[in-house]
Every structure is written in structure tokens, then in C-alpha cells.
Ligand binder design. Structure first.
Ligand code: OAD
Length: 235
């Protein structure tokens, strides 16, 4: 068994982090292109910095939920039984890590900052309340940017994720609306490779197909059940 799990904002919603496209959307009051694009950063770096500082500070107020924990337990179980398990997340929070998983973050991580000049990446949770920019300790550039993949930017792990999707036997998507590519295309790659496809979300994602097994509901309630069912399939 080769299991690939793709998570989106819905898996962290029950921990209290807002999803993107819900009515309480994180982007409320901000146009996406103002706060999540290289153009927005060039135009108004202070606004973008404050927006991400707010999101970074929110990390310390939330905890992993039953869905994060069930996925981490399934990963450990797969490892014990010699089955392959990979977790790819579009989320920039660190709740999967704090639950014990080792996710691949397609869209970057709030905990990290990056220097545009010299490329140095630093894990930084010290300056969460800093209104002013954090300079680069390596090259002295005046400000680090959030290490987030913004709209219009390349997704560095795209090829690796496509390879994982093409090779999996089971694909489980959780809490993602299927609206943002290339993540939204992984399900189709998995389907074409003949994988069994399970989808868990509150609302039907836009990329759901008739052959997929859809498990509606809240991630905290449904994901632990799905993980137990998948664990039963292990050799
Ligand atoms: P969205 O906000 O687009 O979708 C969240 C999904 O989670 C929806 O389908 C909801 O139905 C579902 N959902 C909400 N609450 C849930 C719950 N308690 N349990 C289960 N499902 C729930 O978020 P993503 O698909 O993750 O990109 O968005 C993809 C990307 O768009 C993000 O990574 C971000 C954003 O722009 C970047 O920042 C580059």
C-alpha cells in the first residue's frame, strides 16, 4: 500500500484557524493579490508583513485536533507495517508537525522567513510581535519575507508531489476545496494511476469525480474513522 494524503485548510478549521474560502475567510478585508502575491509585497511590504505576523502569532493560540492526531497515528502505523505514507499539505501552519507528522508543505510555512537577496531561510518564532521587519543575519538585507508560496509563484515541490500522486495506490484528500493548482490536480493524477480515491470535506470540492468516495463532515469527526479503516487495510 502506498498512501498519499493531501490536506487543506479544512483539517485545521476545527483547531480554530479560518479557511480561505469560507465566509469567515482569512482574506476578509484584504484582496488576495494585496497580501499574497509578489506584487503586493513590492507595493506595500508593511501591509503584507503585518498580515503574516498576525497569522504567525495565531499559531501559538491553536492546537492540533483529532484529525491531525489520527493522521500522525496512521503514519506511525504505516511505518511499522512497511507501507508507504506521505503527507502533503497546502497549509502553512505547523499543526501536522505538532501532532507528530512530517508533512511536505506545498505552499511554504508560517514558521519560516526567507531572504530574497541571498536565499537564506530561517525558522523564526521569536519576532511574532515585531511590527518592524526582521533583517537577514547572513547578508544584512533589511527585511526577510514570509517563506510562503504566493499566487503567481512557482510551487517548488510540484514535481515531487505529482510523482507521489502518480505512484500511490490510495489517495486521501482532506479539507480542501480543490480550487488551487497544482495541488488540485493531484487527485486526477492519482485517479488516472488507478488509485483508490477518498475525499473528506465539509462541502463537496470542485474537483470531486463520480468514482471518488466522498465522506462529508467535520474533519475531527470523520478523519479518525477513515484513518482506522485505512489502518485495517495494512498488511
Ligand atoms: P479552502 O478554504 O479553499 O477550502 C477549505 C475546504 O475545507 C472547503 O472545501 C470546506 O468545505 C472544508 N472545510 C471547512 N471546515 C471543515 C471542517 N471542519 N472539516 C472538514 N472540512 C472542512 O482551503 P484550501 O483548499 O486549503 O494558498 O485552499 C487552497 C489554497 O488556497 C491555500 O493553501 C492557500 C489558498 O489561497 C496559498 O496560500 C498559496
Amino acid at each position: 500500500m502506498k498512501l498519499l494524503v493531501l490536506t487543506g485548510a479544512g483539517v485545521s478549521a476545527d483547531s480554530g484557524l479560518a479557511t480561505f474560502r469560507g465566509s469567515q475567510g482569512l482574506w476578509e478585508g484584504h484582496r488576495v493579490e494585496d497580501v499574497a502575491s509578489p506584487e503586493g509585497w513590492r507595493r506595500d511590504p508593511s501591509l503584507v508583513w503585518r498580515f503574516y505576523q498576525m497569522r504567525r502569532a495565531a499559531l501559538s493560540t491553536v492546537q492540533p485536533n483529532a484529525a491531525h492526531l489520527a493522521l500522525a497515528a496512521l503514519e506511525a502505523r504505516c511505518r511499522q507495517r512497511g507501507a508507504e505514507f506521505r503527507l502533503v499539505t497546502q497549509n502553512v501552519d505547523d499543526l501536522h508537525e505538532r501532532a507528530g507528522s512530517k508533512p511536505l508543505h506545498m505552499h511554504g510555512e508560517l514558521a519560516w522567513l526567507r531572504c530574497e537577496r541571498c536565499g537564506t531561510r530561517v525558522r523564526d518564532l521569536e519576532h511574532l510581535d515585531a511590527e518592524c521587519f526582521v533583517p537577514c543575519a547572513s547578508c544584512r538585507a533589511p527585511r526577510l519575507r514570509p517563506d510562503i508560496v504566493w499566487f503567481g509563484e512557482m510551487v517548488p515541490s510540484a514535481e515531487e508531489c505529482l510523482r507521489l500522486a502518480a505512484a500511490c495506490t490510495h489517495f486521501l484528500a482532506i479539507g480542501t476545496s480543490g480550487a488551487v493548482y497544482p495541488a488540485a490536480g493531484l487527485i486526477d493524477v492519482a485517479r488516472r494511476a488507478g488509485a483508490r480515491v477518498l475525499v473528506q470535506s465539509l462541502d463537496e470540492p470542485s474537483n470531486l469525480a463520480g468514482v471518488d468516495e466522498f465522506h462529508p463532515g467535520r474533519a475531527v469527526e470523520v478523519v479518525p474513522v477513515l484513518c482506522r479503516a485505512l489502518a485495517q487495510l495494512l498488511p
